[in-house]
Design a protein around this ligand. Structure first.
Ligand SMILES: Cc1cc2nc3c(=O)[nH]c(=O)nc-3n(C[C@H](O)[C@H](O)[C@H](O)COP(=O)(O)OP(=O)(O)OC[C@H]3O[C@@H](n4cnc5c(N)ncnc54)[C@H](O)[C@@H]3O)c2cc1C
Length: 423
């Protein structure tokens, strides 16, 4: 291992943060990973969900090789595992590798990131001011059991994902009236309907909102509950299906991910046939009112009058957004559509408009060159799910390639800084 004591701070010990930590540690950087919860915190929240992608797409070549070399027995490359199994069999052993010993600080949220001695309006690269280059970063750490403190770093990788910041459920993506008062009656992450969340859902009146794979997973679980004799009465507010199909979930012709194909096919059948399900395609929730132990939601249909729905619980699976407040003091240019970093987002959007069919299939996403991962803030990179912002097409296999790209950028910048200047 080469020795390079430049300090790399990584925000988030999710699958991409941990892979980035290993890559940086193996290059000799002094690595600190700050994690709000535990290693793989977001995977823990949907640990029972079977991932679509096989093991070798969820674990980097570097990680698998290093673990095998250190004697850890890994699942077969083609294995389809749950998030919890992948956490236990891969991510936790990765975090326990000797090269990452002492690097991971769990229950230590990063509250904000800035640049030592420089505030946002100062040192703007576009005006020719290079004062940010080489200036250390300052991170405001908020450990769970200790007072906040500052930490310093030369390079920062933000791999904090999006799962901690759910989107709102109301008209135009805004919070519906009263949404802010629903604290315990609304769930915004996929619950384990057949396990720990069963008592909250079985036999209850539920308002389900959302039209992505999480909503499909919930519908399939509601079908299981019904088959086990405990049906919930589900009202489902979801986007209008694509014009080419009456089915709410798009299936991909010749899908090479059988788990994804099975999920969307089954969820479409549930949507067509389930007697316990009432659909509100294209409708919007505009208002919530708490009524004793239940919620009354006003749902406006695209055509026709509004309806009032009573539910004991709202399950809102309407997507997640990046936490842009974290980097408010830095020079980060966010995409107007996705809130991802602009360089990458514009490459992704250009690829999507050039090939609209591929845009709906996360497996067809590619990387777009190391330079697209730069932000206007030198030495600051956003990787992983957060790099895609509100675009849900991110897959871990892309994140593994992003890490290699960023490492090559950082090394090239260091080599350029060491090179003698001409003249
Ligand atoms: C139900 C579901 C199924 C999925 N299935 C697949 C699949 O099959 N294949 C696939 O490739 N992808 C899948 N994904 C997407 C998957 O979640 C991501 O690919 C992967 O988790 C992204 O990893 P990440 O490290 O970028 O972010 P995350 O896994 O979201 O990790 C971010 C980490 O940062 C921490 N964090 C957040 N904010 C802070 C802060 N301020 N300070 C410190 N720490 C912080 C979090 O606690 C978390 O541990 C799925 C997602 C969901 C929700």
């Amino acid at each position: 291992m080469s020795v390079n004591r430049r300090r790399v701070a990584i925000v988030g010990a999710g699958p991409i943060g941990m892979e980035a930590a290993l890559a940086a540690a193996q290059r000799g950087y002094a690595v600190s990973v700050y994690e709000a919860g535990s290693v793989g915190e977001h995977w823990r929240r949907f640990s029972w969900v079977r991932l679509f992608t096989p093991f070798h797409l969820n674990a980097s070549e570097r990680g698998r090789t290093t673990l095998r070399r250190s004697g850890v027995a890994l699942p077969p490359d083609a294995a389809i595992l749950t998030a919890g199994e992948t956490l236990r069999q891969y991510l936790e052993p990765l975090a326990n590798l000797p090269e990452l010993s002492g690097c991971v600080h769990e229950r230590c949220r990063v509250g904000a990131i800035g640049r030592e001695g420089i505030i946002k309006p100062q040192a703007i690269a576009a005006t020719g001011d290079a004062a940010r280059v080489g200036r250390p970063f300052v991170l405001r750490l908020e450990p769970e059991t200790e007072p906040p403190r500052f930490a310093s770093a030369d390079i920062v990788i933000d791999a904090s994902g999006t799962y901690a910041t759910p989107c709102a459920t109301g008209a135009g993506g805004l919070p519906a009236i009263g949404e802010e008062h629903l604290a315990t009656r609304i769930e915004r992450h996929l619950p384990d309907l057949l396990g720990s969340a069963r008592s909250r859902y079985a036999g209850q009146r539920i308002l389900l909102i959302g039209g992505g794979h999480s909503a499909a997973t919930a519908l399939v679980a509601f079908e299981e509950l019904a088959a086990q004799g405990e049906p919930a009465a589900v009202s489902w507010v979801h986007p209008v299906p694509r014009a080419t199909s009456a089915d709410p979930f798009a299936t991909i012709e010749g899908d090479t991910l059988p788990e994804r194909h099975a999920l969307t096919t089954r969820a479409n059948r549930v949507a067509r046939e389930a007697a316990w399900l009432t659909r509100y395609p294209g409708a919007t929730v505009t208002r919530y009112e708490s009524r004793g132990g239940s919620v009354r939601a006003t749902v406006e249909r695209p055509v026709g009058e509004a309806v009032a729905l009573e539910a004991s619980r709202v399950l809102a699976l309407v997507g997640y957004r990046p936490d842009t407040v974290l980097t408010r003091e830095l020079h980060v240019h966010h995409c107007y559509a996705t809130e991802g970093p602009m360089g990458l987002a514009s490459a992704v959007l250009a690829a999507a408009s050039a090939s609209p069919d591929a845009a709906g299939d996360c497996l067809k996403q590619t990387t777009h060159g190391a330079e697209t991962l730069r932000t206007p803030e030198p030495g600051f990179f956003i990787l992983g799910a957060k790099s895609y912002g509100r675009n849900p097409q991110f897959l871990m296999t892309l994140g593994h390639r992003q890490i290699d790209d960023v490492m090559s950028l950082v090394e090239a910048d260091e080599a350029a800084a060491r090179a003698p200047t001409a003249g």
